[in-house]
Each structure stands twice: as C-alpha cells, then as structure tokens.
Write a protein that binds this ligand. Sequence first.
Ligand code: MLT
Length: 255
Amino acid sequence: MKINVLFTPIIADELYFTGKTTVVIDVLRASTSIVAALQNGAKEIVPVATVEFAVKVSGGMFGGQTLLCGERNSKKIEGFALGNSPLEYSQEIVAGKSIILFTTNGTKAIVKAKFSSALFICSFTNISALAKQLAMRDKDIEIQCAGNQNNFSLEDTVCAGKLISELEKINCELYLSDSAKAALVLSKSLGKNMHKMLSETEHGKMLLENGFAEDINYCGKLNISSSVPYLTGNVIKLFPEIDPSLSDIKENIKS
Ligand code: MLT
C-alpha cells in the first residue's frame, strides 16, 4: 500500500483525486466534528465549499430535519444552528438530522477531493477504526491535510503520521512517500502529549483565545470513536452503510 501525504490543499487540483482512495484530515475541528456528529446519530453531513451554497442547499431541504452549521473565523455563522465545535454535535441535537456544514478549511478540502473513488474522514478520535477499514481495503492512499488557509498545519500532519503508524501496527506493507515519512517522524516526536501539541499550534492558540479550550481537549482524544465517515454521492455517511456506488469497498470487506 503506497501512502502519500498532501500537506496543504493547494498541492493537488480536483482531478488529481480521480479514482483515488483519499483520507481528509482537519483535526481542528471539521473532521473531529464530523466524526462526533455521525457517532451521535446524525443521518448525514452535506459538506459545502461556500456559505452561499450552504444557505441555498438548506432552502431546498426538509426544514425540521436539517441543521445548517458552520463557522467563519472559528465562530458560528449568524443565523446558523450550530458552529463547528464537536461538543455541539450531541445526540440530543443531531440524531436523525441532515447537517449542512461549511467550514473554512475542512469542508473545502473534502469538496475538492470529491472525485476520489473512496473518501474517508479522519481525526484523532477515529484513527484506529479508520485504519482497520483502510487495511481491509488495501488500496494506495492519499492523505489530504486540510491545513489552515492553504498553509501547512501541524496538527493535521501529526494526525496523518499517527494514521500511518496505526497502519504499520496492523502489519500493512507500506511504501511511504517523502511527505508520508515526514508526517510519521513528526507524529513520533510531537504526538505523545496531544493536548500540549494542539495547544501550541497556530490554530490551537487561536481557538484558545476564542474560548474553545474544551474543544482542544476533545480533539486530542485518541480513538474514542468507532465512526468511519465516508463520502457517498455528495454526502458523508457512516461507513459501512454501503450504497451500490461503493461496490468495490463492499467486495473488500467481504474478502
Ligand atoms: C476549518 O475547517 O477551517 C476549521 O474546522 C475551523 C474551525 O472551526 O476552527
């Protein structure tokens, strides 16, 4: 299994992902929120790349069962039901709901990689569950770090390294690109104290300044979820709620 890590979303264009197995990571906080929402019973997440499109999509959906969610500068957008804190996505609030989600970096990175043949969402909270699915699938992987405003982000790269480490642990035969090797080295040196690492990143500091200390704690928890979110059509669902377009994945699960 070959693994490559794309440190920022500007390294590859949309067509690069065609036919690939992609993992998108935005630890602070979109991918952690997506994992939490699906774990807590959300029906699906609709990732969107602009606020305008989020509002348009929500207008066409059945009101009571839809939540319009997202952030700008890490704060809830005016008029939206929820922001982008994973702690907001509790069972009481999201169970059975379709969530339309806009975030500055995370959902844009997901939408950009939409031509992937399979696209999974990773956070520290679901690394182990996702690694098992990827190992069963046994396909080459592109790990897309969402980064921060098209810049490198340490927390996404450390998470990518931890995912690679987990795949090593379950004895996958890995061929790592230079960027994948770098992510692995960074995760080994910085991934021991997750809270410290997250608190000292640029995005982490910004979240702390804006009163989101609890989110830093939550986003640094390793493997508290068995959720494996994947993109099917234009929505993110909990794997393996298989649909026919993912028949190749189904075959891999069986064998
Ligand atoms: C993003 O997608 O940029 C983030 O998740 C931003 C945030 O909520 O802090």
